[in-house]
Design a protein around this ligand. Structure first.
Ligand code: FAD
Length: 500
């Protein structure tokens, strides 16, 4: 939809936003609405959409109902079904560009390589593939789930067939009649496996851990229902609220009383029994960890697909890949033409390739190499006027991430307003405020379902949960409603002024 590149990159803007997904577009709209129109959205791809531009695999859809998985201020009466497919969500995001008046703010094909805080000028010096840019504030909306994780398997580089990751689906590669290995049984794989199984010759699905799967309760909306949503916006809002509270209730089990989730476990086991007759296969797909510890998945067709004659669920570990075979640890092997990685993302790697340097040359990449820590996932001590959207510990296992992003957008506006009021050059969260916040987070995390012993993508290698918010989302919104100025140092560049 978008022209390959926007106008030439300016040298300066008050605010630079990295990323044009839900985060970047939501932030842009808020800046526009608050009258702060001197900003740019830098996006490395040639069109907007983030997650929903990149993930085009067959069957890709959201798993939070679209009525809720959309901006609260741009609800869409035209969703075709409860859980919209990727193409509809992408169209929705594309439509937001003009709806929010952001077209002239977009700088597509602009990849941010590094950003360094220049303390004397109170500016972020940003390097991009299209030249430098200086900005008073830098907002990082680069997304939690877009750095593909490719498994480290011996011999993978010697594979002579075709291999690709689910978020880089190769639509030119026809799978018809092919022998296909799918590695991984996470959220993406359970969506695309039922779609490709009928057309491939053989599908070998390599599972490390069986996920908990619940039925997906969904329906298509009729034209009459869509008209009703359009004519009666309060009805749409009421459904959105109902969906929110229904999902939010799960936070009780997830973050306070994991044992309350036992009912969900029963429900999931019933789905296995209804879908699969073979006791051996049932045993293979029955998870051995507490439900909720890893993301709960939703599908009505996944288990039935596993019962197809051309589908094999392999639970033995892969020993190595050779030119045209995947060899298992028991010495057996499967001949394959194509390997698809359904192995998800490096969710705990918050910065990816962007190099960020703060005060006194501090490197955020080095500081976050093991464990990413921030204040409400938004600001980081030592990195003034730097704000994250969907940052550390603000992901969710039970509700819509857009709710969190909207709360963060509001908080960032509060911060910009505070800077303006105080005529300060920059603000920096105090280290003691950040560490008190994180101590509280760690304490809360201990009683959550994510700390019940499973190994998930929510955790860093050394077992820290740096991805999820361990409480109710309305609590997060409440606490980020106002900027607590005592938690910040406001600096009138170049001289320093403490506020307390
Ligand atoms: C298949 C899938 C399904 C999902 N379903 C749900 C769901 O149902 N509910 C839910 O709450 N969440 C879901 N998520 C999580 C989803 O990622 C978020 O909900 C949301 O889309 C994140 O938006 P974002 O703008 O923060 O990040 P993204 O959508 O990832 O956008 C980030 C953007 O930043 C750009 N970028 C990155 N680095 C740079 C750089 N250096 N320079 C310039 N640009 C850069 C990227 O190109 C991208 O466009 C899903 C994720 C996936 C992968």
């Amino acid at each position: 939809m978008n022209a390959p590149f926007g106008p030439a990159l300016e040298q300066q803007a008050q605010v630079a936003i990295i990323g044009a997904g839900f985060s970047g577009l939501g932030m842009g709209r808020a800046l526009m609405k608050s009258g702060r129109a001197d900003f740019l959205i830098l996006e490395r791809a040639r069109c907007v959409g983030g997650t929903w531009r990149d993930n085009t695999y067959p069957g890709c859809a959201c798993d939070v109902p679209s009525r809720l998985y959309s901006f609260s201020f741009a609800q869409n009466p035209d969703w075709s079904r409860t859980y919209s497919p990727q193409s509809e969500i992408l169209t929705y995001l594309e439509s937001c560009v003009d709806r929010f008046g952001l077209r002239e703010k977009l700088r597509l094909g602009t990849e941010v390589l590094s950003a360094t805080f220049d303390e004397s000028a109170a500016l972020w010096r940003i390097e991009t593939n299209r030249g430098p840019l200086a900005a008073r504030a830098l907002i990082v909306g680069t997304g939690p789930l877009n750095k593909p994780l490719v498994p480290r398997i011996k011999g993978l580089e010697t594979f002579a067939g075709h291999a690709f990751h689910s978020c880089e689906w190769d639509h030119r590669h026809d799978l018809t009649g092919k022998r296909v290995a799918v590695i991984g049984t996470g959220a993406s794989a359970i969506q695309f496996v039922p779609e490709i199984a009928p057309k491939v010759a053989r599908l070998h699905l390599f599972q490390r851990t069986a996920p908990w799967i619940l039925p997906r309760i969904e329906r298509a909306f009729t034209p009459a229902q869509k008209k009703l949503f359009r004519d009666l916006p309060f009805l749409q809002q009421a459904l959105r609220d109902l969906t929110y509270w229904r999902m939010e209730m799960l936070a009780i089990g997830f973050t306070l009383r994991p044992r309350m989730l036992a009912k969900i476990e029963e429900h999931a086991k019933e789905l296995i029994e209804r879908s699969i007759a073979d006791p051996a296969l049932r045993a293979k797909v029955t998870p051995t960890f507490q439900v909720g510890c890893k993301r709960i998945l939703f599908s009505n067709s996944y288990y039935r697909t596993l019962t197809r004659a051309n589908v094999e669920l392999v639970t033995l570990p892969i020993a190595e890949v050779r030119a045209d075979t995947v060899r298992l640890t028991d010495g057996s092997s499967r001949e394959v033409d194509t390997i698809i990685y359904g192995t998800g993302f490096r969710a705990t790697d918050m910065l990816g390739a962007v190099e960020i340097r703060g005060r006194e040359g501090r490197s955020l990449n080095a500081e976050w190499a093991k464990t990413a820590r921030a204040y409400y996932g938004i600001t980081v001590s030592g990195y003034p006027n730097l704000f994250f959207l969907a940052g550390p510990n603000t992901g969710l296992g039970h509700n819509s991430l857009i709710y969190m992003i909207e709360a963060q957008v509001h908080y960032i506006l509060e911060a910009l307003a505070a800077l303006e009021r105080r005529q300060a050059g920059y603000l920096d969260v105090k280290p003691e405020a950040q560490s008190a916040f994180n101590s509280g987070l760690d304490r809360r995390m201990k009683s959550t379902v994510w700390a019940t012993g499973c190994r998930s993508w929510y955790l860093t290698e050394d077992g820290h949960n740096t991805t999820l918010w361990p409480s109710f989302t309305f609590r997060y919104k409440e606490r980020t409603r106002r900027l607590k100025s005592a938690d910040y140092e406001f600096v009138r560049a170049p001289a320093r002024v403490r506020t307390s």
